[in-house]
Design a protein around this ligand. Structure first.
Ligand code: ADP
Length: 708
């Protein structure tokens, strides 16, 4: 069997396999059926060629001729369904249909082996096929979708190449011994077509084809090296030796060669992609040295704009403790100054789970939805699209999630190209995702840096305040003593009422000042306290007892104490001070009801490194805390009260953090405030086994409500 016959068998089998693979997918769209028929026609044609080699019967000649006549009809119809025309039905389909009848008559007639008939059939097949490709190319160029344009260009290119080489294959009949390249290219063309039928998202096809081109080019290079070594340089005797040498050369050259070929082909075929890649690389390189968020945004926007791959981009930053997103920087269409977190909730929730979202793709998927799609899924997607309206002119873009240290969403990077549809391939999106990761790192670093700066500033302020407070404390004592002396009756005579009133004011204000100075001192130079192991529930109960004596009665306090809590390491007095402060704050904010809850935190398996602790939360039904105030709550001297010191929470935070714990606050709009303190369990060796209770995660133990 010669090379041509063998190739016919291989190509025939492959074409039939491709046809079957499309049919097995079970989608009975007209495009799939036309494609399967087209591939089967080509497959059978090659198989018939191969059979003819063994049995030179007239029936095979006739069979191949019929298949050839059917081919343009199938091809043109297939091309029409791949990129449908917007106007009326194609003239070409009609012309092909009309011409097919006389051609069939000719090949079925006894004249079918006549040279003229053969010539006419060839002209008919290749002429119509070329016309079909040309019309496909025109439709592709007119398409608004960049992906469709690219795909059609590729299809037309491979189709034309396959047709030209198949035509050249016929030179074999007139004695020109060319290798059967046409057959191989026909299979490549079928593969390209098959991929375009399978891939819903057109741009993926382009990427697949890129890989195909790269690997084919690479295969040729490697085959070339092998050919030179094994065939040209050495004779048959030294073949094995040369094969080893060739393998070494291939091993050495493979990596650099692949990189070079890839680079070259990407430049030749995917120039736009290279532009985006370069822009993202430039931006990432610069971001390594950036610490300011404003500078980071400038770098990202400048590079994206310079890449010319996007007509607009916008960076939104999430408010540190809120849910809204504030406009950072943008270019292109006007960006909305704020994205409301509530309106965009569905979108944000989806981005919490995935790195990016291509809204255009989502809209397309919804448009093409299959009847069997679960309604819940459809509803979710529709909600996301509705939420995307909050992005204004950027609603059709690629949205990448920007995440902070704890994988929480801290911002959004939205990129659009409104010149075309499907503007970004999956590889492009992956590039943008990598950029977003780095943006997240910069945001996190800048926050960390600001925190450190703030800490240094506060430390300096604290030292200064401590010095000042110390200076003030002694004279205050003297003023108080003097005022008390003045208030005492002289010679049994009481002071006149005015003087008594003024001295009362002096004493009151001195006391207040003394408290402020005391707070400043305890913040600046916190007493180390006397930490020991304490029972949190006991401290909570005692605090509430103390508070109940001074409470005016209008705030109800409910205790919900968890059972079998481990002990914590703390100074009971300091812990009481913190709790008193939290409950008093709630009362002063106007809460009518305060709940103090304690519960076990941590895992059932503390030995495996999971930290256990006790959480004490103080929740109230007061007016809550403004999002803007939330940020500064623990900053010393921050207060919204006329006579507040703004030191209560700052001191509390300091005490808790010194004990290795943390204090957090949440205050959803209109739902009161909840302060939660977490303290690590005291893991003293003698800890009773009962405290190592099997509870999973931060799950409350059965509460024991008891009124304070
Ligand atoms: P101060 O009580 O002297 O103002 P704090 O540091 O204790 O200082 O509190 C700072 C601010 O936090 C208060 O002025 C108040 O605005 C706010 N705040 C604290 N707790 C609550 C609460 N439970 N509800 C509403 N606002 C609160």
């Amino acid at each position: 069997m010669d090379l041509r016959t063998r190739t016919s068998l291989f190509c025939g089998a492959l074409a039939l396999a491709i046809a079957v693979s499309i049919l097995l997918r079970g989608r009975r769209r007209s495009a799939d059926l036309f494609f399967a028929a087209f591939a089967a026609d080509i497959g059978l044609w090659y198989i018939a060629q191969w059979l003819y080699h063994f049995v030179q019967a007239d029936v095979w000649v006739r069979f191949t001729a019929i298949l050839a006549v059917l081919l343009p009809q199938l091809a043109i119809n297939l091309f029409e369904v791949i990129v449908p025309r917007l106007e009326r039905r194609s003239q070409l389909v009609r012309v092909a249909g009309v011409l097919m009848v006389p051609m069939l008559v000719l090949v079925l007639s006894p004249l079918h082996r006549h040279g003229l008939v053969r010539g006419a059939v060839m002209l008919y097949v290749f002429g119509l096929f070329a016309a079909g490709l040309y019309s496909l190319a025109l439709r592709g160029e007119r398409s608004r979708s960049r992906a469709t344009q690219r795909r059609v260009r590729f299809l037309v290119f491979t189709g034309a190449l396959a047709a030209a080489f198949t035509l050249a294959d016929f030179l074999w009949f007139i004695g020109a011994p060319l290798p059967p390249v046409g057959a191989v290219l026909s299979i490549v063309f079928l593969f390209v077509l098959a991929e375009s039928m399978i891939r819903e998202r057109l741009v993926d096809l382009y990427d697949i084809l890129g890989q195909l081109v790269v690997s084919t080019a690479l295969a040729f290079c490697l085959a070339g090296i092998f050919y030179v070594f094994v065939v040209l340089v050495g004779g048959f005797n030294t073949m094995y030796l040369n094969a080893i040498l060739a393998s070494i050369v291939i091993l050495v050259l493979f990596e650099p060669l692949r990189d070079k070929v890839e680079q070259y082909i990407h430049r030749a075929f995917f120039l736009e992609r290279v532009d985006l890649e370069r822009a993202v690389q430039n931006a990432r390189r610069q971001l390594v040295h950036v610490l300011q968020v404003s500078e980071m945004m400038q770098v990202v926007m400048t590079e994206l704009e310079a890449s010319r791959r996007a007509t607009g981009a916008v960076l939104y930053l999430r408010e540190p403790l809120g849910s809204d997103f504030e406009l950072g920087l943008s270019f292109g269409p006007p960006a909305l100054p704020r994205v409301d977190g509530v309106t965009a909730r569905a979108l944000v929730e989806r981005l919490d789970r995935q790195a990016s979202l291509v809204l255009e793709e989502l809209a397309q998927a919804l448009a093409d939805r299959r009847p069997d799609t679960p309604p819940a899924e459809l509803e979710r997607d529709e909600q996301i699209l509705a939420a995307a309206e909050a992005l204004g002119a950027f609603r059709d873009g690629v949205i990448c999630a920007i995440r902070g240290e704890k994988r929480n969403l801290v911002g959004l990077l939205v990129v659009v190209d409104d010149r075309v549809r499907d503007a970004f391939s999956h590889d492009d999106v992956a590039l943008l995702e990598s950029l977003s990761i780095q943006v997240g790192v910069v945001i996190e670093n800048s926050r960390q840096y600001r925190r450190l700066q703030e800490r240094d500033r506060l430390a300096a302020l604290g030292q200064m305040a401590a010095g000042l407070a110390h200076e003030v404390k002694n004279p205050l004592g003297a003023i108080k003593g003097a005022a008390q002396l003045l208030a005492e009756p002289v010679d049994g005579k009481r002071l006149d009422p005015h003087a008594e009133e003024f001295i009362g004011i002096i004493l009151e204000e001195v006391d207040r000042l003394d408290r402020v100075v005391g707070s400043v001192l305890s913040y600046a130079r916190p007493a180390k306290g006397n930490p020991g192991t304490v029972e949190v529930n006991a401290v909570v109960r005692r605090t509430l007892q103390v508070l109940s004596t001074e409470r005016e009665g209008e705030t109800q306090v409910t205790l919900e104490l968890g059972a079998a809590l481990p002990q914590v390491r703390a100074d009971a007095e300091q812990l009481r001070q913190v709790l008193m402060n939290l409950v008093r704050n709630a009362q002063e904010a106007g809460a009518r009801h305060v709940w103090v809850t304690t519960l076990l935190q941590g895992d059932a398996a503390p030995d495996q490194g999971t930290k256990r602790g006790v959480e004490i939360s103080v929740r109230d039904d007061g007016p809550g805390i403004e999002p803007t105030a939330l940020e500064s709550l623990f900053v010393p001297f921050f207060t919204t009260k006329d006579r507040g010191t703004g030191l209560g929470l700052a001191v509390s935070q300091r005490i808790i953090e010194d004990l290795g714990g943390r204090i957090d606050v949440v205050s959803p709009p209109g739902a009161g405030a909840t302060f939660s303190i977490t303290l690590p369990a005291a893991t003293s060796p003698g800890e009773p086994a009962a405290t190592r209770s099997a509870s999973k995660g931060p799950e409350p133990l059965p509460p024991q409500p008891e009124p304070a």
